[in-house]
Write a protein that binds this ligand. Structure first.
Ligand code: MG
Length: 353
């Protein structure tokens, strides 16, 4: 079952004349030019892209102290799932990584690998979705590239996006800034993206009402910074979920993190799906959730700001940073027992982003 997407403008090229991507389109021919530049240039329109040059020349942005730069490749299967699609993920994935450095997402690149036979209609839906997602994050897609490969050499569409964000402050938001006593917060409930994909793949989406949490995070981070909060570390809870993010931060900060399991919200539907598929929701991927490490005196204010964000009603203070054993994440279970929350030892769900 695919998500209905609202088309905001009609496709600038006649899709009925070119029903599917053909290998010949990848050769830089006239038809490819017509299709791709016609489609992309219209959907992503902005003054930098309109330069139509090999690279976008960008003026140094006013108020920038530093820039953040990151990249992400998206190979999610299926291309459309409840709550999102590959285009949205490709844009939000990169924009959210920029936000985790305390940066405001500003410019993105989009690199497409298309499989011969891909319906043009599908590409247009994805492009529309990316356009809407970019507008939502406040970023512009200012450069791009398209390649076509033979049938069977990729699964419909793969998308790489890179992004540059503007850092307007001097904070070092990174694991190395985490300090003993820091409060650990999360921005909402966990496990929805991974379980939405699983339910869709297994054909259970009919009975399941789980939608991906796929969402932009920069406005939440900017709300914290604007409130004078000085986060020590931020990380989005993508592949490997909350448990993996906390383990990485514990390892890279040389601190111990102690978490209270019952403070982590997991919806009934996600909990049920996790039981069916045998997953621990703490290890399941999210695409619109992050953890924030802040000085303890700022914990209550941070929580209030996170709760005020869209989708933030389940934001919570979930734990503390201790000197303790460097690199360890300890979980106090719902019944009060302490256990170590390890890095995921088995296989992570493949192709969820
Ligand atoms: Mg990340």
């Amino acid at each position: 079952m695919s998500q209905p997407i609202e088309f905001t403008l009609s496709c600038p090229i006649p899709i009925s004349d070119y029903p599917a991507i053909q290998l010949a389109h990848g050769g830089g021919g006239r038809l490819m030019n017509q299709l791709i530049t016609g489609m992309f240039a219209v959907a992503f329109r902005n003054p930098l892209l309109d330069q139509r040059h090999d690279a976008s020349a960008i003026d140094w942005p006013a108020g920038a102290r530093r820039l953040a730069f990151t990249t992400d490749s998206c190979v999610v299967h299926p291309l459309f799932f409840p709550g999102g699609d590959i285009g949205k993920l490709a844009v939000f994935g990169t924009a959210n990584d920029l936000a985790m450095a305390g940066a405001r997402p500003a410019w993105l690149s989009a690199g497409f690998i298309l499989e011969e036979g891909l319906p043009m209609e599908t590409l247009w839906r994805v492009v529309q979705s990316m356009s809407a997602a970019a507008a939502e994050t406040g970023a512009q897609i200012v450069t791009g590239d398209t390649k076509v490969v033979d049938r069977g050499k990729c699964d419909g569409i793969f998308i790489n996006t890179s992004g540059v964000g503007i850092i307007g402050h001097d904070l070092v938001i990174a694991p190395s800034s985490v300090r003993e006593g820091d409060a650990v917060l999360i921005s909402g409930d966990v496990g929805r993206h991974g379980m939405a994909i699983m339910a869709e793949r297994e054909g259970l989406s009919f009975e399941s009402s789980i939608t991906s949490d796929c969402a932009p995070l920069a406005s939440s981070v900017m709300a914290l910074l604007d409130a004078g909060i000085t986060p020590h570390c931020l990380r989005d809870l993508t592949r490997g979920g909350l448990a993996s993010a906390l383990n990485e931060i514990a390892r890279d900060s040389g601190m111990e993190i102690v978490i209270d399991e019952k403070s982590v919200a997991v919806s009934e539907e996600v909990r049920g799906a996790c039981e069916i598929f045998g997953f621990d929701p703490l290890y399941v991927a999210n695409e619109g959730r992050f953890t924030a490490f802040v000085p303890e005196p700022q914990a209550a204010k941070t929580l209030a700001r996170l709760k005020a964000q869209p989708g933030g009603s389940d934001a919570a203070i979930i734990g503390r940073v201790k000197k303790g054993s460097a690199g360890l994440v300890t979980l106090k279970s719902a019944i009060g027992a302490m256990r170590i929350l390890d890095m995921l030892s088995g296989e992570q769900l493949p192709r969820i982003c």
